[in-house]
Design a protein around this ligand. Structure first.
Ligand code: HEM
Length: 519
């Protein structure tokens, strides 16, 4: 996933303009040649190209241009012109992408790694072989998120709430109120700092999690990874080793800042490891323990440990900042009638559940069904996964999909997740409306003669072949249980402490390539 807002891409580009300018004309040339050379022609003969127009010069290149600028319309074409069948999608970013019919989602997410590989896709997408990220040599952090962090969510609730109560008055400090007492806030820019702080309370502990330079370096790193990866992937494979050290210079700089600020803490923890009373309950400490148990010296190195936290930080902070931004825009943009009703219902639920449970706890969060449904609905409409889950065909002989398409080894396959989330036959005729309580019990509107039993409530973290915001199958987002707890606590805090100037509509999202981002 490339997770940057276009204005942030511009800021990054401006910051490195001296490096980029000399390369830009060369890049265009290489991109042109790469596209025209069409590395795997045998597939394109049998599989139509999405958005290519008959009789046009350079159809592949022009389709790539159109798909990159407006993937949303291209996905509509997939449904209307190609009847949702297998198509090839030239686009800047993923490259060599083949879109499968929505009904093959289950087949896709059920495939084992040796048939369709998620990890090869991540490596290719982020060009990890060219050191866009610090070389960690294994995926131990994914395992730790999936097991230790997820199991600890209940114990972390009080710490998360404490940090939220500390972070929010700083994020929305009220110093720029207008004469009526309202304060206009840039939701994304202010809440990404709060999310970074709260997340790192659990990753690194206090007071380090409140260091603004550290938070900024973490966010800048998360932005630099996909930018560098995309630049590198414009070059032919044989030239990448040459250009990558230049392109990844910003990544090295952010790592350096992160190391400077975190290594003293990491080294102190390593010195104190095993001493009585020094055990901390955070991701860094769990990583140290994991490294010790592994017996692998490289995992035990201070830089490896610090970089592991940095990488999980990159996976966690951006996605969660988008989610909180979207849900607030959805609520506040629900209009002057419905908006206050939704907020009042949510506040009632939060207060009632808190009274029943005597305060914040995991069980209290689990009982806030309306709050949970609000996030699930907002992420249905605003999924970061527009096409996906993406996997790379791994088998030597390629793979044959249930509908009979043979896809060659090395191609990426994905499902039109956004289209699936907007399909009226799944969600009902009001599919494009934000209905925060859609996911309470009896999700599917029950027709009078419907023989199907009504569905049980689906919590936000439940992935399925129809709901793909957190990906799907065994590789779906391992951080979703933590993310859901953190974000629900944050939204509850905001709802209980702030009022909103409701709007008749929310500002539209931005699309660039496969990115689907808040305004
Ligand atoms: C609302 C917030 C979040 C969203 C929407 C989100 C979404 C996703 C998606 C779509 C994927 C790819 C799954 C696939 O291809 O099937 C993913 C992977 C991942 N996410 Fe999240 N994520 C969120 C929060 C987090 C948090 C808080 C963490 C860490 C604590 C995290 C850690 C990861 C990791 C490590 C992976 C890669 C897993 C692997 O390599 O197997 N995510 N996430």
């Amino acid at each position: 996933m490339s997770l940057m807002k276009p204005n942030q891409v511009m800021e990054l580009v401006e910051a490195h303009i001296t490096l980029l300018l000399p390369a830009i004309s060369l890049l265009f040339f290489i991109f042109y040649v790469q596209i025209l050379s069409n590395p795997k022609p045998s597939l394109s003969k049998t599989v139509p190209i999405l958005n290519a127009r008959k009789g046009e010069f350079f159809p592949y290149l022009r389709a790539a241009w159109r798909n990159t600028l407006d993937l949303k319309s291209a996905l509509d074409l997939h449904r209307t012109q190609h009847n949702g069948q297998v198509v090839r999608v030239p686009i800047v970013g993923p490259g060599n992408l083949v879109l499968l019919p929505s009904h093959e989602a289950k087949w896709l997410i059920d495939q084992p790694e040796n048939v369709l590989s998620m990890h090869q896709q991540t490596d290719l997408h982020f060009q990890t072989a060219h050191k866009t990220v610090y070389p960690l040599r294994n995926q131990a952090h994914v395992h730790l998120v999936m097991t230790k962090l997820t199991r600890q969510v209940g114990n972390l609730v009080p710490v998360l709430m404490e940090e939220i109560e500390f972070a929010m008055p700083q994020a929305w400090d009220g110093t720029t109120s207008d004469k009526d007492g309202w304060q206009e806030v840039d939701v994304f820019d202010t809440l990404r700092v709060a999310i970074g702080q709260v997340t790192n309370r659990v990753f690194l502990g206090a007071p380090l999690c409140r260091n603004r330079k550290l938070l900024d370096a973490g966010v800048a790193y998360a932005q630099a990874i996909p930018v560098a990866a995309q630049l590198i992937s414009l070059f032919p494979a044989s030239l990448r080793w040459l250009v990558a050290p230049l392109i990844t210079m910003p990544n090295r700089a952010y790592e350096k800042t992160w190391f400077k600020l975190t290594l003293p803490e990491v080294e102190a923890r390593l010195r104190d490891y095993g001493k009585e009373g020094q055990e901390r309950a955070d991701f860094l400490q769990w990583s140290i323990h994991q490294a010790k148990e592994s017996g692998d010296d490289y995992m035990w190195e201070p830089k490896t440990l610090a970089a592991r936290v940095l990488l999980v930080n990159a996976a966690a902070v951006h996605t969660s900042s988008f989610a909180i931004t979207h849900v607030l825009l959805d609520l506040v943009g629900s209009g002057n009638k419905r908006g206050p009703e939704y907020v009042a219902e949510l506040r009632d639920e939060i207060r009632q559940v808190l009274a029943t449970h005597g305060g914040w706890s995991k069980r209290a969060l689990d009982d806030m069904h309306k709050l949970d449904s609000t996030f699930r609905e907002s992420q249905r409409l605003n999924t970061v996964l527009t096409v996906g889950p993406l996997r790379i065909v791994n088998g030597q002989e390629g793979v044959t999909t249930p509908s009979g398409a043979h896809i060659l080894k090395g191609y990426q396959v994905g499902i039109p997740a956004y289209q699936m989330h907007m399909d009226p036959s799944i969600w009902g005729e009001d599919v494009s409306e934000f209905r925060p309580f859609r996911f309470l019990a009896n999700t599917r509107l029950q027709e009078p003669n419907d023989s199907q039993p009504a569905r049980a409530r689906q919590p936000w973290v439940t992935t399925s072949q129809e709901y793909l915001s957190f990906g799907g199958g065994r590789n779906s987002c391992p951080g979703r249980f933590f993310a859901a707890a953190e974000l629900k606590l944050l939204l509850a805090n905001i709802l209980l402490n702030y009022d909103f100037d409701f709007q008749e509509a929310r500002p539209p999202n931005q699309w660039f390539g496969t990115n689907h981002l808040p305004p």
